[in-house]
Design a protein around this ligand. Structure first.
Ligand SMILES: Nc1ncnc2c1ncn2[C@@H]1O[C@H](COP(=O)(O)OP(=O)(O)OP(=O)(O)O)[C@@H](O)[C@H]1O
Length: 320
């Protein structure tokens, strides 16, 4: 459906994305991973037609066979609403600070679907329910600053899926959120994009890719250095960079029989832990001695870890 061929992006005099090619088929979930600065965001922005001034793209991006990379801004904006939706890292920058939530969602439907004011408002309420916003009718009248970060990201998601796009791109959709709502937003993204056609997830979070994506692309220095079915790439990484990324994760098999390894220097975050993480309001250590919050429990049959947001891992243990 979306075919990217030899896409290069020049930013600040350098080729930040270097002849990248891949396609996203309907119904597929593609993970784009790689270290900071490897070119993931610029790749997504080039697909969306949202590159900042002075940043230029060459190569080809095709939608249903038609070249879209160099369409006029007017045509790109139309495609963005109708065919592609994007969820950004920081929801505040994606929302208009002086416009009520309901109007922002309804505006998308008015522009792209020709909805009347009333229809737009009714649909906005329904979309807020779909993204599981608490008190959706009240929230329609709120301004972005009156919502929490997680609630704002739900609004961005509602706008992104308002016109049932064929592709949803999410760029680090949970990085800016409190750790306690990250898992919830990811579950929601997963659920709403199941109903959509294709999903491109940009993240540093390998466990999330592992549990969400069918295929994965690994970027390094602007190039794709490895690609393939997620299970195969994670089980047998061929590129040393991918192997290095995977090595940075705690090993659950090891954990089943021994103490878990702490990752030196990492701030505990969802991204540092394997899939199957469950966030609780309070720590759920087996012996019940830890009352810190928030805390993380993962794979409770085999291992559990507690951490404090400022102090790093405070305890790691095997639960038998
Ligand atoms: N507007 C810009 N002008 C100049 N250079 C830019 C611009 N935007 C990005 N770059 C540079 O392009 C390179 C790729 O940036 P990009 O944001 O795509 O990386 P990324 O892989 O998404 O990183 P992160 O995971 O930190 O978001 C980086 O070196 C970045 O500094």
């Amino acid at each position: 459906m979306i075919e990217v061929s030899d896409l290069s992006v020049r930013a600040g005099g350098v080729r930040a994305v270097d002849e990248v090619s891949f396609s996203i088929e309907p119904g597929r979930r593609l993970g784009l991973i790689g270290e900071s600065g490897s070119g993931k965001t610029l790749t997504a922005l080039a697909i969306m037609g949202l590159l900042p001034d002075g940043v230029t793209a060459t190569g080809s991006v095709r939608y249903r066979g038609d070249e879209i990379l160099h369409l006029s801004e007017h045509d790109r904006a139309k495609l963005r609403g109708e065919v592609m939706g994007m969820v950004f890292q920081e929801p505040l920058t994606a929302l208009n600070p002086v416009m009520r939530i309901g109007e922002q969602i309804a505006e998308t439907l008015r522009i792209h679907r020709g909805a009347s004011r009333r229809e737009g408002r009714a649909a906005a309420g329904e979309l807020l329910r779909r993204v599981q916003m608490p008190d959706p009718e009240d929230k329609l009248r709120s301004y972005p600053h009156q919502l929490s970060g997680g609630q704002r990201q739900r609004v961005v998601l509602a706008i992104a899926i308002a016109c049932s796009p064929e592709l949803v791109i999410a760029d680090e959709p949970t990085t800016a959120l409190d750790v306690t709502v990250q898992a919830e937003i990811l579950r929601l993204l997963d659920a709403v994009t199941v109903e959509q056609a294709a999903f491109l997830l940009i993240t540093h979070d390998l466990p999330v890719v592992s549990s969400t994506c069918d295929e994965v692309l690994v970027m390094y220095g602007g190039r794709i250095v490895e690609r393939g079915p997620t299970d195969a790439v994670f089980a047998r990484p061929r590129h040393p960079y991918t192997a290095g990324l995977l090595d940075a994760l705690p090993d659950l098999d090891e954990a089943a029989g021994a103490r878990l390894r702490a990752i030196p220097g990492t701030v505990p975050a969802l991204g540092a832990f394997p899939s199957g993480c469950v966030f609780r309001d309070r720590c759920e250590r087996a012996d019940g001695t830890c009352a810190r919050e928030p805390a993380l429990t993962w794979d409770r049959d085999r291992a559990a870890a507690c951490w404090h947001p400022l102090g790093g891992p405070v305890a790691e243990e095997v639960v038998r």
